[in-house]
Structures are given as structure tokens and as C-alpha cells.
Design a protein around this ligand. Sequence first.
Ligand code: SF4
Length: 86
Amino acid sequence: MMDIVNSYRMAVYLVRGAWKCVLAQVRWFQSGERYSTSEQLKERLDHCVPCEFRANERCTMCNCPIVEKAMMTTEFCPIDKWKSNG
Ligand code: SF4
């Protein structure tokens, strides 16, 4: 029974992460696909690298790959450590 529950939770986690990724891509395309400047990228990564929610180069709060997330101007930290520049 626990295997089914854990599989269900994993499926929900993966689908939610994929959906958030799609929304992030749409926001970015709509903004003209602008990349962060090197200063913005550094400022964002200065928060992400030591963050307690970073694991395997992903943000566990939103399940996004951190570097790719930080490179997109329209992205933002889900707990407000850094803001969108989009
Ligand atoms: S986006 Fe925010 S919560 Fe996620 S790893 Fe970076 S600083 Fe932490």
C-alpha cells in the first residue's frame, strides 16, 4: 500500500514540477526571451548556492534547475530571496 502512495506522491511531484516549468517557459517567451545580465545572475546565484533548499543543483521549493532559472529574467525565488527582473 505504501508503494502505491509513494508512487502517487512522486507522480504528483513530477507533474507539478513539469507544469511549473511550462509556465516559466511561457512567461519567459512572452517577455521576449531575455536573459539575466551577469550582475543579476551573480546576485541570484549568491542566494541560491548557499540556500538550504538547493539540492542536486535544483531548487526543492519549485523543482527548477537553479542555473537555468536564474538565467531567465522572468523567474523569481518562490520564497522571495530574489525577485523577477522581467
Ligand atoms: S530559488 Fe530561492 S528557494 Fe530556490 S534555491 Fe534559490 S534562493 Fe533557494
